[in-house]
Write a protein that binds this ligand. Structure first.
Ligand SMILES: *Cc1c(COP(=O)(O)O)cnc(C)c1O
Ligand code: SF4
Length: 377
């Protein structure tokens, strides 16, 4: 499953090492010197990347790097994992904590914003660092996982709040942690009566698909209902290996959702997104959210106007299976949470009728139910 057969460095890697996620982690590309072995860089590019690395770190699994089209400077895989100098342009409107997660954090590593669910951040590490990451203030720090005392406080918080019925394990990427470590946490969450579902947010199926092993899935299966949300952004990421990872997850009875980010130059195009979303459905992954790129620092070059996002959604809804259409959301700065954004389908509405626009811009009328009559009943 090595895609870049032209890269001599990897030609020599035996298949079983390549398919070993620990080998992939150990051999991540983290410096420009390593990167140059795989991708030709001009001296200017090299110096620009080096400048970025002083502020934001880089890591790319050999697997994900092998998907880069080295002849295309605008390759969508490349843009997502190799720094560009624009990362150092920080707009005054950008925020270190764009979603205001720190203000909604009752104890370390927990974000409790909505009534019935919490985010539980288990690690700051990822196998591959996305250049567009929202949590770039956190990810990439040295800590492998959270401290023992912090873990206990987080579990105690969940245990003592009976309103929490949904725990989202996230990070960083929680699936870079060993099976035993994950099992310790998941089994203890499962013992809490009011925790109905456990969700795992991970980009592993996209950037490190070999991490999805039978061993991991046999462990997770014991603690159903488990859901996994992953993060595909471009159809080029739907490879034989990533599709196999999704298939294995689905076969373990774990429903899969996908959260994409709308990224300028990567996927801000209705045709590309339709390919991605229908491709995901084929792999049994339900497109869940499409995020407007948020105001994290140094990702301005990825941001698209909201009008473009709305126009793109207008070209998608109605044209492909409804199941393949995610909800386009803006995660509002300062802790406002996810706000759905829709093209305007309601032209007007009063107590007699609703005037509606369908996906083809045709106008229809629906006779409204009169509120006054309803009250009289
Ligand atoms: C996204 C998010 C959730 C989960 O939201 P859903 O809409 O249920 O997927 C929960 N807590 C926080 C802080 C979030 O950002
Ligand atoms: S996998 Fe998620 S947390 Fe990790 S760098 Fe990418 S977007 Fe950020």
């Amino acid at each position: 499953m090595k895609n870049s057969e032209d890269i001599t460095e990897w030609k020599q890697v035996p298949e079983e090492l390549w398919n070993d996620w620990r080998w992939q982690l150990k051999n991540r590309i983290t410096t420009t010197e390593e990167l140059q072995k795989f991708i030709p860089l001009t001296p200017d590019e090299k110096s620009e990347i080096d400048q970025c690395l002083k502020k934001f770190r880089m890591a790319i699994t050999p697997y994900y790097a092998s998907l880069i089209d080295i002849h295309n400077p605008n390759c969508p895989i490349r843009l997502q994992c190799i720094p560009r100098i624009q990362e150092l342009y920080i707009d005054p409107e950008e925020l270190a904590d764009p979603l205001g997660e720190e203000r909604d954090s009752p104890v370390e590593n927990i974000v409790h914003r909505y009534p019935d669910r919490v985010l539980f951040l288990l690690t700051k590490k990822c196998s591959t660092y996305c250049r567009h990451c929202t949590r770039r203030r956190l990810v990439g720090e040295e800590d492998y996982s959270i401290s023992h005392s912090s873990l206990e406080r987080a579990l105690a918080y969940i245990r003592s709040n009976p309103k929490i019925r949904d725990v989202l394990i996230s990070g960083g990427d929680p699936l870079i942690l060993p099976d035993e470590y994950l099992e310790n946490i998941i089994s203890r969450l499962r013992q809490i009566k009011h925790v109905e579902i456990i969700r795992i947010g991970t980009r592993v199926p996209v950037v490190l698909p070999m991490r999805i092993t039978e061993r991991l899935l046999n462990m997770l299966k014991k603690y159903h209902p488990i859901w996994i949300n992953t993060h595909f952004n471009h159809p080029a990421e739907l490879t034989a290996a990533s599709i196999k990872a999704c298939t294995m997850i689905a076969d373990a009875g774990i429903p899969l959702g996908n959260q994409s980010v709308l990224l300028r130059g990567v996927n801000d195009n209705a045709e590309i997104l339709k390919q991605l979303f229908t491709g995901l459905l084929k792999a049994r992954v339900r497109p869940y959210y499409l995020y407007q790129c948020d105001v994290a620092q140094g990702i301005g070059h990825f941001r698209t106007p909201v009008e473009d996002g709305i126009a793109i959604m207008k070209k998608i809804r109605g044209y492909i299976s409804g199941l393949a259409v995610p909800t386009y959301v803006i995660d509002a700065p300062m802790g406002g949470g996810k706000i759905p954004i829709y093209p305007e389908y309601i032209v007007s509405m009063d107590e007699n009728k609703v005037i509606l626009r369908n996906y083809q811009d045709k106008i229809y009328e629906y006779p409204n139910v009169k509120k006054s009559l309803k009250k009289a009943e």
